[in-house]
Unconditional design. Structure first.
Length: 280
């Protein structure tokens, strides 16, 4: 995951703090309103002095670049982040996770993880293994359940976690935008079941989001408000802080949400917390 407007890739962290000598090479805080996101590309950085020694918040990537691949150093990175916190910002989780997303429903033959049966709660009806909205929802739900299981290796209590869904065109997506929206709705449903006191948000840009999910209607297939419509948004694309601050004023790409975080930096990914935005 990495500034989508330029070339997006990732975030990451790793192991234990090796001693006071490392602190001399520590990266200073970028901004009192900023945190850092990390993932598998930073697996070696906790022992190289390339990461800050303290940040108000960290966002750690659970996957290894695609929804099906694990981040092999996730547990070590999560432990690092938990041990290198500065004074937290108000109304901002100190530790959050982001997960890769995708919808391989139109891949033939179907991928091994494509659902063949229904999942309870699917607003699109019963999945029968087809490339349709019902199975896309079930696929997203199942993928999120696997993410929760993986997350519990490092964070056994996931009941109040904030989850960010990394929605990028570099991953596999169906040409059917409704199916892609159903896939993401299924993920959100599962994360909200696992973390009833937590939050879910979307990492993307307007261009990426429009290509993958298109227009988000007010209601889903069941007639209830769409799970995608009012989400917090995390927007990449800036290189310097002033541009990240400006991106806080962007119109939401998914409907009725609002920009909560913006990403900037050239190398290490820094995340600016937009002022005046409350979690919801």
């Amino acid at each position: 995951m990495r500034k989508l407007g330029l070339a997006i890739m990732s975030l990451g962290l790793l192991l234990t703090f090796p001693g006071a000598a490392l602190a001399k090479a520590a990266v200073p805080l970028k901004s009192t309103g900023s945190g850092v996101d990390i993932s598998y590309p930073q697996c070696a950085d906790t022992t190289s002095g390339k990461l800050p020694m303290a940040e108000p918040f960290w966002i750690v990537g659970l996957n290894g670049g695609t929804a099906k691949d694990p981040n092999a150093c996730f547990a070590a990175e999560w432990s690092w982040a938990a041990g290198h916190l500065a004074i937290p910002l108000s109304d901002q989780p100190t530790l959050s996770m982001y997960v890769n997303t995708g919808n391989p429903g139109d891949v033939m033959p179907p991928v091994a993880t494509w659902p063949l049966g229904p999942v309870v709660g699917d607003p699109y009806g019963g999945c029968g293994g087809a490339d349709d909205a019902a199975c896309s929802w079930a696929y997203g739900y199942n993928r999120a359940e696997m993410d929760v299981t993986s997350a519990q290796v490092a964070s056994p209590d996931v009941t109040n976690l904030q989850w960010w869904l990394d929605v990028e065109t570099v991953n596999s997506w169906s040409d059917n935008l409704e199916n892609n929206r159903a896939d993401l709705e299924g993920m959100i449903y599962a994360f909200r079941q696992a973390s009833p006191s937590g939050l879910v948000g979307i990492y993307s840009t307007k261009t990426m989001w429009t290509t993958i999910a298109g227009h988000v209607p007010l209601s889903d297939a069941s007639g209830l408000p769409s799970a995608l419509y009012n989400l917090n948004e995390w927007v990449p694309g800036a290189v310097v802080l002033k541009d990240a601050e400006r991106n806080c004023g962007l119109m939401p790409f998914a409907g009725g949400g609002r920009v909560l975080l913006t990403q900037y930096g050239d190398g290490l990914d820094i995340d600016y917390r937009c002022p005046g935005t409350a979690l919801r």
